[in-house]
Design a protein around this ligand. Structure first.
Ligand SMILES: O=C(O)CCC(=O)C(=O)O
Length: 299
């Protein structure tokens, strides 16, 4: 063996299959079952049910996050009888169950398979579409809301309820993560959505992401996505956690602030920054409770 180096083969164990990893990088998203245990899922559902009950006694967005904006956001038309709680900001701060899932579930291991091994928590929220509510999400990419030094950033959308073709599933434009970053500014206003022409283009080749409760849609931060309203008689609750590779440093303030922002979730903090070239207008932090207000034409 003179003059030859001998290598020990190192097997890297992943939770995601090779096919799931390939789908993610090809389409910009993949739906994976079993991202949390049944026990974890039950606790998420129970806390959400409690928040919906509590929302019945409020007429306006309420509660408070780190920057003083409301934690619980209500869709216009919300009432005691037909509650339309549409967003809980930073639930990891007020619910051990949501914190446990963001940090300790398979969900994070799956994300680490894609952009790890070292990943950090960026922010988290619950998006809810209760039956009878009109909540919709207009077409956008997440990266222009949450710019980082590089785009190894994933939005992990955990299905707290079954997500079906009828209850307002996330729709993505497959492959759009390989294309440009699209502005969310129109006529001098930050609208949190792409232009109507672009939205129509994305709509034409849209693919819906659905599956049983406990599944997750792992979505690249540059993928264009949207969702329509819930036409079913059951809720559609997503627990959404944004994770970034440890060397992807956020640029600018975080629209959904959290005491957990920047915390390592898997791997070691490398204290390293990696950058890629891109240019885009900076986002605007909403003055209201959430980006739903901006997408509806407010601030
Ligand atoms: O709730 C949804 O359907 C989509 C979520 C989303 O796009 C977002 O909050 O950025």
């Amino acid at each position: 063996m003179d003059g030859q180096l001998s290598f020990t083969r190192c097997e890297i164990m992943t939770i995601l299959s090779t096919q799931q990893i390939e789908t993610f990088w090809r389409d910009g998203a993949v739906v994976v079952p079993g991202a949390v245990s049944e026990g974890q899922l039950d606790k998420l559902k129970a806390d959400m049910a409690g928040w919906v009950e509590e929302s019945r006694s409020h007429g306006h967005a309420y509660g408070q996050t780190l920057d003083g904006r409301p934690r619980f956001d209500l869709e216009p038309g919300h009432s005691r009888k037909v509650p339309a709680l549409r967003r809980v900001a930073s639930p990891t701060e007020v619910s051990p169950a949501y914190h446990d899932v963001a940090f300790n579930a398979k969900l994070a291991d799956m994300v680490a398979d894609l952009i790890g091994p070292a990943i950090r928590f960026h922010h988290a929220k619950v998006n809810s579409k209760l039956p009878g509510s009109a909540t919709v999400v207009k077409w956008h990419q997440d990266f222009p809301f949450d710019p980082h030094s590089n785009d190894d950033v994933i939005t992990a959308l955990l299905f707290v309820d079954d997500v079906t073709p009828d209850n307002g599933p996330l729709m993505i434009s497959p492959g759009s993560h390989k294309g440009p970053l699209y502005t969310l500014w129109h006529d001098g206003k930050f609208t949190g959505a792409v232009s109507e022409d672009l939205a129509a283009r994305f709509e034409r080749d849209a693919v819906a992401c659905h599956g049983p409760a406990g599944s997750a849609c792992l979505m690249h931060s540059r993928v264009a996505h949207a969702s329509s309203h819930n036409r079913s008689d059951g809720p559609r609750t997503l627990f959404i956690v944004t994770y970034a590779a440890a060397d992807a440093q956020p640029i600018g303030p975080i629209a959904v602030p959290s005491v957990h922002a920047g915390a390592m979730v898997r791997g070691e903090d490398t204290r390293h920054i990696r950058s890629i070239a891109f240019d885009m207008p900076l986002p605007e932090i909403p003055k209201g409770a959430s980006f739903f207000v901006q997408q509806a034409g407010g601030e």
